[in-house]
Design a protein around this ligand. Structure first.
Ligand code: MN
Length: 253
């Protein structure tokens, strides 16, 4: 039976809200299909408990590149848990000045995660690529294969040419309101093929109307995306729903 869905949030952090269980309940009540990230493998078992009974919220296992400098040793735990985690995130690379010192370690960990996901197969990865889009896409090319994983580039801000390469490799893009608020972001999103579009909030790191976003804000983002693509909201909703079914069935969830 098809799950009635009013919105989609493919990248958020429910465990960083003051009351994660309340956010899970709101996703159920508002019918928001949600992928919630973890930033360290140690957080995954608790997140799994919070989301175990939810039809709408699915929990991903991650090791955030911004935390690699302190938590690189958790890669072995990540690899171990990956056997039981069809969704992996937040992972990726961050080349901004603040995180440059952990770059080598970030590359090693990201490569190991890609290879492990490729070995296991059926893994969907939500990937951070701040100032590192080219390196992320090259790593996906070198260390995974198209029929084994689905990479979702979260909050992509790289070039158009790297985005085209990502599309060729089978990547999806989860788009948030911040990306649509700038002309460069709008042009980029406009160039992404419809069958690769997903929506996200990256809540609680983003804000709307002076308060932190919640997964339900993805409904408004979808309306803005429909305007950008020049189509009625229900048509865009159907496109995202179809893309989301493809991703969920790949991950067997
Ligand atoms: Mn995030």
């Amino acid at each position: 039976m098809k799950l009635a869905t009013r919105g989609f949030d493919f990248h958020c952090h429910i465990d960083l809200f003051p009351n994660p269980q309340e956010i899970v309940r709101s996703c159920e009540a508002e019918q928001i299909l949600t992928f919630t990230m973890t930033t360290t493998p140690k957080a995954w078992p608790q997140n799994r408990k919070w989301t175990a009974d939810s039809r709408y919220v699915h929990c991903a296992l991650g090791l955030h590149p911004e935390l690699v400098s302190e938590r690189a040793s958790e890669i072995t735990l990540l690899e171990e848990y990956m056997e039981h985690a069809p969704l992996v995130g937040e992972i990726g690379l961050d080349a901004s000045p603040k995180h440059k010192k952990s770059w080598e370690s970030q590359v090693e960990i990201f490569t190991r995660v890609l290879r492990r996901a490729d070995d296991l197969g059926g893994r969907v990865l939500s990937i951070h690529s701040r100032r590192a889009a080219k390196q992320v896409v090259d790593a996906i090319h070198d260390s995974s294969s198209r029929n084994r994983i689905i990479p979702i580039l979260h909050w992509y801000s790289g070039s158009h040419s790297v985005a085209r390469k990502a599309v060729e490799l089978g990547c999806y893009f989860s788009v948030n309101a911040q990306m649509l608020s700038r002309e460069s972001g709008r042009q980029l999103v406009d160039a992404i093929p419809n069958d690769r579009l997903l929506i996200e909030t990256d809540s609680p790191f983003t804000s709307a109307n002076g308060r932190p976003c919640r997964p339900g804000d993805a409904i408004v983002t979808a309306q803005e995306l429909a305007r950008l693509k020049g189509m009625p909201s229900d048509e865009l909703h159907e496109i995202i729903r179809t893309n989301s079914s493809r991703v969920l069935s790949f991950a067997k969830i």
